[in-house]
Design a protein around this ligand. Structure first.
Ligand code: GLU
Length: 480
């Protein structure tokens, strides 16, 4: 028999942001499909119109695109397929696999209260199952008549064998009074129609699975395989709150996190491959299998995330980081688009990126740390001023200007070092005593890339201008 092509889907309900858990579900489905040479489909579960928002759909698509989780074929929107669910529900009604339920919300609420008062588990008691009268003009919903029979059993690819007695499944609504399908019903109809072979989703859905399997069986359809993913919890092992930073994946893009760093981090929330922590996208595809998914809840680990961000910055090409860096500076209004275009592909850009990427974990950090390459420092670090701008160092600084003036451009780092050395010897100073004031004048702060690299990248004129500004500052500021 020909092996079936793997077909999986990510089926988000667009009710809020795309959060870490959602991305993990999307990622595992995507990795599984790409590893197996299968298809990764996208289905927007937008039948709950009260909670629906177009903006939320856009946020999901945008998040997936940013992360490079490309889906096969057009995204499917459940709201555009209502006729399909209605037809399927009608067909079930015809075959007596479903029945009309006229219970009002008030009646259902009263039933629940009575069940609670009696200490029974809460669920629909099937009171409309055997109804023979169908009141004209009254709203009704369609409920699935859960057939009697053996317990529902399935082999979860992560949690193993799961068995549920049918008595635990009440007759769930398949078509609501407003004509919209319920989540469980539309999910089954679509997964079957889309020929989904594996349903990979959060463990919060594990209780829905037996209900869905009961529908597949009633319709004589073969259910897909199921793999439920462990919960993601916060640093204190509590459920992730909506306010947590992990609640919105696009916030990571705002921070300038590289998408591959976030994917690497999320991949490890519930899956592992020995001790390996760093994975490229290609390695994840190559190594991802469902049998390595954990059962236990996994806690987010901000420190590990930071570490991975740094590792992926290191691994990224200078060309790409340069482009992202300049784009961010344009967004921030630090440089204009013409300046960006003029710098793209230059050796200057490669070198500037090399000085910044080793210290930065995100593009935003790079932008902040490398702003001085384009604009004069708007202030000098106060502690640095106090510590390093001593009147005694003025003559050496002035001499340094004279030593730099005759140098030929481009300034070679070795030549700069040589000139510094001569000035230091003459004034009997340690490098730090001279380099720190220069660093403050050039960058505004006391920490920056290597001073010779900075001078060489700023160029002679700009360096001299900034040192002269600094000297002016030192001479005119009131004594401490
Ligand atoms: N719309 C459901 C959710 O967002 C999908 C569940 C499933 O994958 O079956 O949780």
């Amino acid at each position: 028999m020909e092996a079936r092509t793997i077909r999986v889907r990510f089926a988000p309900s667009p009710t809020g942001f795309l959060h870490l858990g959602g991305v993990r579900t999307a990622l595992y489905n995507w990795l599984f499909a790409r590893h197996e040479g299968g298809k990764f489909l996208l289905r927007i579960e937008d039948t709950d119109r009260s909670r629906h928002s177009e903006e939320a759909v856009e946020v999901i698509l945008e998040g997936l695109r940013w992360l490079g989780l490309d889906w096969d074929g057009p995204a499917i929107h459940q709201a555009e397929r209502l006729a399909l669910y209605r037809q399927a529900a009608e067909a079930m009604l015809q075959k007596a696999l479903a029945y009309r339920c006229y219970c009002t919300p008030e009646q259902l609420e009263a039933m629940r209260k009575e069940q609670q008062a009696r200490g029974e588990s809460v669920g629909y008691d099937g009171r409309c199952r055997h109804r023979t009268e169908f009141p004209e003009g009254q709203p009704y919903c369609l409920r699935f008549r859960v057939p009697e029979g053996d317990p529902i059993e399935f082999e979860d690819l992560v949690y193993g064998k799961i068995t549920v007695d049918r008595k635990e499944l009440d007759d769930l609504v398949i078509l609501k009074t407003d004509g919209f399908p319920s989540y469980n019903f539309a999910n089954v109809i679509d997964d079957s129609e889309m020929k989904i072979t594996h349903v990979i989703r959060g463990e919060d859905h594990i209780n829905n699975t037996p209900r869905q399997i009961a529908i597949y069986q009633a319709l004589q359809l073969e259910p897909p395989r199921f793999a439920h993913l462990p919960m993601i919890v916060d640093e204190n092992r509590k459920k992730l709150s909506k306010r947590h930073s992990a609640a919105n994946v696009l916030a990571y893009r705002e921070e300038g996190v590289l998408p591959e760093a976030l994917l690497n981090y999320i991949a490890k929330l519930g899956w592992g491959y020995g001790d390996q922590e760093f994975f490229t996208r290609e390695e994840l595809i190559e190594k991802f299998t469902l049998d390595r998914v954990n059962k236990a809840a996994c806690a987010i680990d901000p420190e590990k995330f930071q570490w991975l961000c740094g590792k992926h910055m290191e691994a990224a090409s200078s060309e790409r980081l340069g482009r992202l860096w300049l784009e961010r500076l344009v967004e921030q209004g630090v440089i204009g688009p013409e300046r960006r275009d003029a710098l793209l592909g230059t050796a200057w850009l490669d070198k500037a990126v090399a000085t910044l990427k080793v210290r930065a974990k995100t593009i935003a950090e790079m932008a902040a740390a490398g702003r001085f390459y384009f604009v004069l420092p708007d202030r000098y670090d106060e502690k640095g001023v106090h510590k390093f701008l001593k009147p005694g160092v003025l003559p050496a600084l002035e001499e340094l200007c004279s030593a730099l003036r005759p140098l030929e451009e481009p300034l070679a780092e070795a030549a700069l070092e040589e000139q510094f050395k001569l000035v230091l010897e003459k004034h009997d100073l340690k490098l730090l005593k001279l380099a720190q004031p220069v660093r403050i004048f050039l960058t505004g702060g006391t920490a920056s890339p290597g001073i010779f690299e900075v001078i060489s990248l700023l160029g002679k004129e700009e360096t001299l201008r900034r040192i002269e500004n600094g000297l002016e500052f030192m001479k005119t500021r009131p004594a401490e």
